[in-house]
Design a protein around this ligand. Structure first.
Ligand SMILES: Nc1ncnc2c1ncn2[C@@H]1O[C@H](COP(=O)(O)OP(=O)(O)OP(=O)(O)O)[C@@H](O)[C@H]1O
Ligand SMILES: [Mg+2]
Length: 586
């Protein structure tokens, strides 16, 4: 039953306008549909919602004789008494949304609640029209036209239809993530934008975020007393440098709360830096009397009875879910690169990798090799200064004096608390990936001029891909000139790539880039990852001690030394405890 709230209760409700833009209309209408128990919700917008917004659901419907009252101020079926305010378990409760919307737009509503015939009603220029019988199926459909037609000043504040549309999509994304068990459809200017069937949260995330999120999500399920937290966290591959993919739901309601966000960031600890934002979609369930949603009419702001308790519970929950990552991350310190500037090492190709033509040439005499390790040294320096400003215990460093290669595949070194094992390929991959990404924004990576330029021919479509990405390849240290139809002359390659194999590597890189493009957030990332994967030392490549040292040093100069761009671990630690246990000493 929809009833008018008493004067007293009205005064207790946080008052104010909730209709700011098309997305806020969508929010209010979809919330009503969800409160009505709908399992299928369809949102249609035209011109970013400025021309038309229609929300159709299969929920409980509104009785025909209640249609007019639903659009009156302070009329709601969701609360009745002041006490109800403390146990709100619906998204709406103010009884104001439909009235606010109807005051700034033209409304048409069709509804059927199963007990009687469907009914239809229009509100134009603030005038409620007659309720008329209408043939309709169970549920409600509300159509909003000409938003802000009578409030030109508000209309002026709207952004372009495209921008408003993006806000609508983001709004639907929030609902879709908090209600993965419901079907959502979004149609914009006659185009199907989203068509989501009921599914589990993990698939829902993949469907509303990006296919690249598959396999990059860590589940979280945590209960402490009467608090339950569930959802997914993104691993280190889903870290962005802009905020916007942090979703916290409180009792299924999307909320914005800085303390909760900082609790999650805190749990990621050293895995993220300042200015980096991991993905998360977490639903916190707390007893309804532990939280006040009647703070602001938009209801995205909430007040917790015990803010710090929820902060700590959330942090523990996230830490526990991150355990698989935190565990692979050794509890030793990054090596002190301060004293390592003089390492005279380089990734000069191994004998066996050399092109027979070039064997015996004095590679180190080439002018390019001199600048070869400049970027690494710079980074090492900046890392050293970072370390200097952060006091760290000097126990547990990787001992670069004692370092071995095992099976031409792993690098092993003792640390005070045990032993670390580094996968040489993924370590180098991480280094190259970050260097390539950095090179796209700033200085190009070092190149080595080929003594004998190579001519390489492509298929027409590979060639057009190559041209697309050529500026980026140049940043990575490739230098190529067009040399007739679908053909280039390769003049230089990144200094770190082995000679003699450049044609294969370029071809594999292009293939890999095309294949994996969809998995990455940007084509730059895809390109950098393909390059890193193909140009990195492989399992089977013999490294000398200096090369290993340099690799380890540069690895610890990267932002994420523990995970390769594909999410595989780079470092595994064996603690003394573990060894002692294996040998049954303890
Ligand atoms: N899609 C719907 N299906 C069934 N009933 C609806 C639907 N939309 C609105 N109603 C009814 O109309 C009433 C008024 O809706 P309105 O959104 O204005 O207020 P509310 O949801 O109660 O509170 P709030 O202002 O906080 O959203 C609701 O309480 C509900 O009973
Ligand atoms: Mg409502």
């Amino acid at each position: 039953m929809i009833k008018q709230l008493s004067e007293d209760l009205r005064n207790k409700i946080s008052a104010g306008e909730v209709v700011e833009r098309p997305a806020s209309v969508v929010k209010e209408l979809v919330e009503n549909s969800l409160d009505a128990g709908a399992t299928e919700i369809t949102v249609v917008v035209e011109k970013g919602g400025q021309q038309l917004i229609q929300v159709t659901d299969n929920g409980c419907g509104i009785a025909s004789d209640e249609l007019p009252v639903a659009f009156e101020r302070y009329s709601t079926s969701k609360i009745g008494t002041v006490d109800d305010l403390f146990t709100i378990d619906t998204l709406g409760f103010r009884g104001e949304a439909l009235a606010s919307i109807a005051s700034v737009s033209e409304v048409n509503v069709v509804s059927a609640n199963g007990s009687d015939e469907g009914a239809e009603m229009a509100i134009l220029n603030g005038e409620t029209g007659d309720v008329q019988p209408a043939a309709t199926v169970q549920g409600t459909s509300i159509t909003i036209r000409n938003l802000f037609y009578n409030t030109p000043a508000r209309k002026k504040f709207l952004k372009s239809p495209r921008m408003e549309f993006r806000k609508v999509v983001e709004m639907i994304r929030r609902f879709a993530l908090s209600y993965p068990d419901r079907a959502f459809k979004l149609i914009s200017d006659n185009r199907d934008i989203l068509n989501l069937q009921p599914e589990d949260l993990e698939s829902r995330i993949v469907h509303v975020m990006d296919p690249a999120y598959r396999d990059q999500l860590l589940p979280l399920n945590y209960t402490k007393g009467d608090y339950t937290i569930s959802g997914f966290l993104g691993n280190l591959n889903l870290i962005r440098t802009r905020p916007g993919e942090q979703y916290i739901f409180l009792n299924d309601r999307y909320i914005q709360n800085r303390l909760m966000n900082s609790s999650v960031y805190g749990a990621y600890r050293s895995l993220i830096n300042r200015g980096e934002f991991p993905f998360f979609a977490l639903n916190i369930k707390v007893p309804h009397d532990q939280v006040d949603v009647n703070v602001h009419p938009m209801k995205t702001e909430v007040r917790f009875k015990d803010e710090w308790r929820i902060y700590h519970v959330l942090k523990s929950a996230v830490e526990e879910a991150l355990n698989p990552i935190l565990n692979t991350i050794p509890d030793f310190d990054k090596p002190d690169t301060g004293s390592q500037f003089d390492f005279p090492t380089s990734f000069t190709p191994q004998e066996g990798q050399l092109n027979p033509d070039q064997q015996g040439l004095d590679l180190s005499a080439s002018a390019d090799t001199a600048i070869k390790f400049q970027p690494a040294v710079d980074r090492a320096k900046s890392y050293a200064s970072k370390l200097a400003s952060r006091p760290e215990p000097d126990s547990g460093k990787v001992d670069l004096e004692n370092i071995w290669q095992v099976h031409s595949k792993y690098i092993v070194s003792p640390i005070s608390s045990g032993l670390v094992i580094i996968d040489q390929h993924v370590a180098h991959e991480r280094v190259l990936f970050e260097e390539a990404m950095a090179a796209f924004d700033a200085n190009a990576m070092a190149a080595q001029t080929l003594l004998f330029p190579e001519v390489m021919e492509f298929s027409p479509d590979d060639f057009s891909t190559l041209l697309d990405v050529l500026p980026y390849l140049e940043k990575m240290g490739f230098r190529m000139k067009e040399f007739g139809e679908n053909t280039v002359m390769i003049e230089a390659i990144p200094s770190e790539m082995a000679w003699g194999n450049e044609k294969n590597i370029i071809r594999e890189m292009l293939d890999n880039y095309l294949e994996t493009q969809k998995k990455y957030a940007s084509f730059q990332e895809a390109l950098a990852a393909s390059f890193a994967c193909k140009a990195a030392v492989k399992a089977g490549d013999v490294l000398n001690t200096d090369e290993m040292r340099e690799l380890v040093n540069r690895l610890f100069g990267t932002k994420h030394p523990y995970y390769c761009p594909h999410g595989r671990p780079i470092i595994v630690q064996l603690s003394m405890d573990e060894l002692d246990r294996r040998f049954e000493r303890i």
